[in-house]
Design a protein around this ligand. Structure first.
Ligand code: ADP
Ligand code: ASP
Ligand code: MG
Length: 417
């Protein structure tokens, strides 16, 4: 007997028929003798609809009320799944974040989980063999008593955090693809499924745009050593061999991975905006005068390029911010023009970041140089570059994203044969 957390994403609970299919997946694990906590997302498209309603009601809405609205999608699916499980003769009860509770910070719309009380759930595993169906994405701030949400894609984080709190043997993430691929399989049909991915690599893939797992869920998996298994909810529950290994990807520590490729995968993000602040005075403190106010405004700056000054007097500074923060970033910098002291503000919002990830880069030189040559051969201009130990990223025109990803996927031998 083991203890499992099973998480089902939006497409997996998109309608009643799919929720009934999920119930059969859960029954399969219960019948195999496991204690099960299920975490559900809202029906696909629901959260987008709820977000749009908030914006329509008022573009500058109160984040606390936004959370009250958007958390409701998961309330519906958790109740529906409990009903579907009961219809199969399984003891089940739904739980909202505040009922456990799942305690979080008060950063509304992007709250962080502080701790989870799983004691009642564990008690019920023992007393009545009851399955817990937990609404993902939401929690409560204990000081204010208000509902919070964990940021888009946050149900993954709910699931891994609950697995850690319940000391579960595994956290299964059921989604609409049967694992983590070398890149988004919807964009590159030749992408290959990976059997295992190290936490560090998955962290980079997720933070550079592979939305199959929310970044924070991978961080928690790494810190609490929760093995995360990404698999498909579309496999028929009846066809799954309870003793076999289903298709999927295990996210685990690096030591457990025998095969080491130089490049593991490619991620991309079109949610980028490039800003250039031209002819700033080249003196100590200018970078701080630009990035300080951006940090104060909670805007994440990513790639930064500062030119070497030609005349020793002025220089240009180029950097990227998430596209959703562009308007605020522009306002922050232009309103401080006199204080910073620059001549011109330039920007480009039709840009994309393509990132190549692989722990093998630690020991192989020239990996990035190959990419620059391959992109040049395709006439793709690189606007900015950043590198870290196991990753490098290039910023390009958004129109070339798919071409660049496919070119690099082939270059590093990732195509399916
Ligand atoms: P869920 O609703 O189950 O949480 P998401 O839509 O959040 O599902 O994440 C699954 C999607 O992630 C897939 O449909 C796929 O298009 C996308 N994706 C991006 N990069 C990858 C990758 N490297 N491997 C697998 N899926 C990826
Ligand atoms: N429903 C939320 C969203 O769409 C959380 C999730 O699906 O993980 O972002
Ligand atoms: Mg998701």
């Amino acid at each position: 007997m083991g203890r499992l957390v099973m998480k089902f994403g939006g497409t997996s609970v998109a309608n009643i028929e799919r929720i009934q299919n999920v119930a059969r997946h859960v029954k399969r694990e219960v019948d195999a003798g496991h204690e099960v906590a299920v975490v559900v997302s809202a029906m696909s498209g629901k959260t987008n609809e709820l977000v749009a309603w908030c914006t329509e009601a008022s573009p500058m809405h109160d984040a606390r009320e936004y959370d009250a609205v958007v958390a409701s999608g998961e309330q519906v699916t958790s109740g529906l799944l409990a009903i579907a499980l009961q219809a199969l003769g399984i003891q089940a009860r739904s739980w909202q974040g505040w009922q456990l509770p799942i305690r979080t910070s008060d950063a509304h719309a992007s709250a962080r989980i502080v701790d989870i009380d799983g004691s009642e759930i564990v008690k019920r595993f023992g007393d009545r063999k009851e399955v817990a169906v937990i609404a993902g994405f939401q929690g409560i701030n204990p000081e204010t008593g208000r509902i919070t949400t964990l940021g888009r894609g946050g149900s993954d984080t709910s699931a891994v955090a609950i697995a850690a709190a319940l000391k579960a043997d595994r956290c299964d993430i059921y989604t609409d693809v049967d694992g983590v691929y070398t890149t988004d399989p919807r964009v590159v049909p030749k992408a290959r499924r990976l059997d295992k991915v190290a936490f560090e690599e998955m962290l980079e893939l997720a933070s550079q745009g592979a939305k199959v797992l929310q970044v924070r869920s991978v961080e928690l998996g790494m810190v609490y050593n929760v093995p995360i298994f990404v698999r498909s909810s579309f496999d028929k529950p009846e066809d799954i061999d309870p003793h076999g290994t289903p298709p999927g990807t295990l996210i685990c520590s690096e030591e457990k991975i025998m095969e080491n490729h130089v490049v593991t995968g490619i991620a991309f993000s079109k949610d980028e905006a490039q800003i250039s602040v031209r002819r700033i005075e080249d003196k100590p403190g200018v970078a701080a005068s630009i990035f300080g106010p951006l940090a104060d405004a909670n805007i994440n700056v990513d790639m930064i390029v500062q030119n070497v000054s030609e005349d020793g007097k002025t220089t240009d500074l180029t950097f990227t911010v998430p596209a959703s923060d562009f308007a605020r970033a522009k306002q922050t910098i232009t309103s401080a023009q006199d204080k910073i002291g620059y001549a011109r503000f330039d920007s480009e919002t039709d840009v994309a970041k393509v990132s190549v990830i692989g722990s093998g880069m630690r020991s192989h030189a020239g990996v990035a140089a190959q990419a620059f040559a391959a992109l040049a051969a395709r006439n793709i201009n690189i606007r900015a570059i950043t590198t870290s130990e196991i990753k490098f990223s290039v910023l390009i025109d958004a129109a070339y994203t798919e071409l660049a990803v496919r070119t690099l996927h082939t270059l590093y031998g990732l195509d399916q044969v």
